[in-house]
Design a protein. Sequence first.
Length: 238
Amino acid sequence: MNATVSPFHRPGPFMLPAGPAGAVRLATAYVALLNHRAGIAALGEAVDRPPYKAPPKAPVLGIKPRNCFVGQGEAIVVPAGVDELQMAPTLGIVIGRTARGVSESAAWDFIAGYTVCNDVSLPHPSHYRPAMRWRCRDTFLPVGPLLTATARVRQPDALEMIMSVDGREVFRASTGGMQRPTARLLAEVSAFMTLAAGDLLMLGTPHGAPRARVGQRVAIAIDGLGSLSNPLRAEGTA
């Protein structure tokens, strides 16, 4: 039996440019879901009904394995039969050293820096036990354009994010308004799992992020971190 060959393959690790200091090798990416207060509020009474039954009391995490990573200017592949993809601008927190049982006050010492991320997924109705088939397709995590050192970002929980499609602004939000801001998220996640140097922990997406389709170009800019731009192309096309 012949193995299925992925339409996307990147040999070796994904390297995030870091200016004159060189590059950072990214490992596994995790994203905080249902972390934005407005997003939880938008669920309304549904948050108290099955399958949720109550607002989350602990971090809800999704995972993005290595096949998802793409860099600045690389294409996001839209699977066959899919009309649009959900875009999700978010702050990427790059772990600088092994973090296990980290306190909120000490969390900053474990962060190497920050980057812009686009947590792409197939449009889906629920974040409850998020399905990998919605979120973990090839090219579904653009990252970049580079790593910005922690010392250069004074308030990571108050950064403006702007998303444009084909040069037209379609979404503006802030990294604020999270149930668990940067330090608290890192502390609560490291309380039950070890994060390694090079792991990427995404803060979560503000409510209302738009969609994009084949042929469009999505750009996400975060204050002080630069702009991440990627075209969308149909699966099977160059």
